[in-house]
Ligand binder design. Sequence first.
Ligand code: SF4
Ligand code: SF4
Ligand code: FES
Length: 286
Amino acid sequence: MTAIPLGVPRRLVEFTIDGQEARVPEGSTVLDGCRAAGKDVPTLCQGDTLTPKNACRVCVVEVEGSRTLVPACSRRAEPGMEVRTDTERARHSRKIVLELLASSVDLSTTPMVAEWIKEYDAKPDRFGPAAARLNEEPKIDNDLYVRDYDKCILCYKCVDACGDQWQNTFAISVAGRGFDARIAVEHDAPLTDSACVYCGNCIEVCPTGALSFKSEYDRRAAGNWDESAQKQTTTVCAYCGVGCNLTLHVQDNEIVKVTSPHDNPVTHGNLCIKGRFGYQHVQNRG
Ligand code: SF4
Ligand code: SF4
Ligand code: FES
């Protein structure tokens, strides 16, 4: 009989969240526990397929005995920990983070941010019109995707997805420091002159729409992007034998973008250029 190797069972860690008992498998984060307990802890730089970067700090919670607020997305749950998600201190910190981000970045295509701004009573306008903005036109230098760094919160997710966490192409990185820090390819060149292989794995993880499919960008510009009218169908890519899963987003009987399920144990949401962008033959049959 062939033995099927199973993962080593993980011990459960017991701790409390807002006074309620929580149990998560060893190695889980405080955020995993909060989500399992139905707590609404906002996140921006956290990615379910990426190592936490602790870049945005919108997920902070209070932990008994900890001098500072703790980023829930990266702190591992420990036995006996007492976590509080909704204290005045945590809420105040989230509010300031949202105000700083929303005053300096265009968050109009970031899911949930409008709700969080309301919930935390954040007032991004209080920094006035002189708040530091990039105010840069979107970079449209290829047919596949658009880079609109006016929407970039410098979360580093795209850098990690393009680099050693997934794609290993290292086409994009953070250039400059301080206020001049920005995501760029080498020498800030057009994407077409860079090492980019157009896998689109950076778009898959970008939380704000700073990186977006050209098809989505064009439809948004034409006022014709309607997620409520889109149907998603997950299928298998037919280009090669790897068998990646593709999720086709269809609007008006047209594929408008292709993503990939993050819980797929082989691809973890990543694709290559063919699976991600090579769908035109499906809709150009004439
Ligand atoms: S499309 Fe792929 S290779 Fe190009 S920048 Fe994005 S992750 Fe890197
Ligand atoms: S382009 Fe998107 S993924 Fe990359 S750092 Fe900016 S917000 Fe994050
Ligand atoms: S989501 Fe935790 S630091 Fe950004």
